[in-house]
Write a protein that binds this ligand. Structure first.
Ligand SMILES: *Cc1c(COP(=O)(O)O)cnc(C)c1O
Length: 380
């Protein structure tokens, strides 16, 4: 069976966890600090704050951006549901906007939805393809809004010669195994603002004024204060030690993923009835996923195709979900109409993409897909 994805974890990742466990310091401490410094340096951001996952990263970003009850935040519906949930956590409402052919938020559609309640735009770099950050930065300065980036899938992606993480004030990453590099679970927020950095560090650890690392290394007795109501959203040192090793491999992993994506492109480009992902000038994707879109004249129903591929030993996934179609959002979104987002969910499939993938596996997937299309499994 060829899986849809798997994390690239090798012996040095495991050894890093091993040594951290034996060091006696296993939760947030020196390894978290080191991972943050290295991640900030990698992305080009001034600061990075490690947290338990990208959902908590988004939640804390909403708080420091000052989003609260009654506010509206514009985001895509076509994203993992955590994007919209993070807005609900602070009592605000997600306003779903339409995406473009790149599965990313459409600036023109976003602008139409801005009103006096709008406080922020939460863009998503969907499946690793950067969204048009400049267009959203312009909208935010025009209407005095905050910009938050959900870069869960976008570690190692580049927009206009700068890595994702360095363009705006709050950028949130995920280290879930389905993303580019993994710490089991884990998240990171990058920011250039010192005030955000300080407050994020407070909020992720119960609002505590002095962290454990400083208290333990002090030769004076220190009593901490809890300055505001915070959360326990810490990353552990075990996770961070793996993250440090994963980060060293990130550029190589992205290169490998792009080689696989190019092989798919070469193998599939002659099929008229599908649309392949492509990069515009200035956009560089890490290919967190490889999504193909089945056009109207595609000879097989999408779900039927997925089933046939599964029977041949190839796992696929349907297109990215639409939050407004989920039961949790039914009451809020009865009137929401997002034809393009829904169509992309219904007519796309994600192909397997992980490192390492052998040329034989890639050829087998391309060949099987072509065979199914040519044999016209269903005639109608
Ligand atoms: C995976 C994902 C998340 C959630 O990340 P976690 O680390 O699992 O909390 C949020 N947004 C997007 C776009 C994602 O793909």
């Amino acid at each position: 069976m060829i899986p849809i994805a798997k994390p690239y974890l090798i012996e040095d990742d495991a050894l890093a966890a091993y040594h951290t466990i034996l060091s006696g310091w296993i939760t947030q401490g020196p390894r978290v600090q080191e991972f943050e410094e290295k991640f900030a340096e990698y992305t080009g951001a001034k600061y990075a704050v490690a947290v338990s996952n990208c959902t908590t990263a988004l939640h804390l970003s909403m708080i420091v951006a000052g989003i609260g009850p009654g506010d509206e935040v514009i985001c895509p519906s076509m994203s993992y549901i955590a994007t919209a949930n993070s807005i609900k956590y602070v009592g605000a409402n997600p306003v779903f906007a339409e995406v473009n052919e790149f599965y990313n938020l459409d600036p023109a559609d976003v602008e139409k939805r801005i009103n006096h309640k709008t406080k922020a735009i939460l863009l998503v770099h969907q499946i690793g393809m950067p969204a048009d950050i400049d267009a959203f930065t312009d909208l935010c300065s025009k209407y005095n809004l905050k910009l938050i980036e959900d870069a869960a899938c976008a570690a190692g992606s580049v927009y206009k010669d700068k890595r994702i993480g360095s363009h705006s004030e709050l950028v949130c990453f995920s280290f879930h195994p389905r993303k580019i590099i993994s710490t089991g679970d884990g998240g990171m927020i990058t920011t250039n603002r010192e005030d955000y950095y300080s407050r994020l560090k407070l909020l992720r650890q119960h609002g505590m004024s002095v962290n454990d690392r400083i208290r333990h290394s002090s030769d004076k007795v220190i009593f901490e204060d809890h300055i505001e109501i915070g959360y326990n959203y810490r990353m552990t040192d075990i996770q961070a030690s793996v993250g440090i090793k994963q980060l060293e491999k990130l550029d190589w992993i992205v290169d490998q993923r792009r080689i696989i994506a190019m092989a798919y492109h070469e193998g599939l480009k002659d099929i008229q009835s599908i649309t392949l992902p492509h990069e515009e000038e200035g956009y560089f994707s890490n290919y967190q996923s490889y999504s193909i879109y089945l056009k109207e004249d595609f000879p097989i129903y999408r779900n039927e195709l997925m089933q046939k591929l599964l029977e041949k030993g190839i796992a696929t996934r349907r297109g990215i979900m639409n939050a407004h179609r989920e039961t949790a959002y039914k009451l809020l979104t009865r009137k929401v109409k997002l034809p393009r987002s829904e169509d992309l969910q219904d007519r796309s499939i994600l192909l397997p993409l992980y490192v390492p993938m052998s040329p034989q596996e890639i050829d087998f997937i391309i060949g099987t897909l072509k065979g199914l299309i040519e044999s016209n499994v269903i005639h109608y």
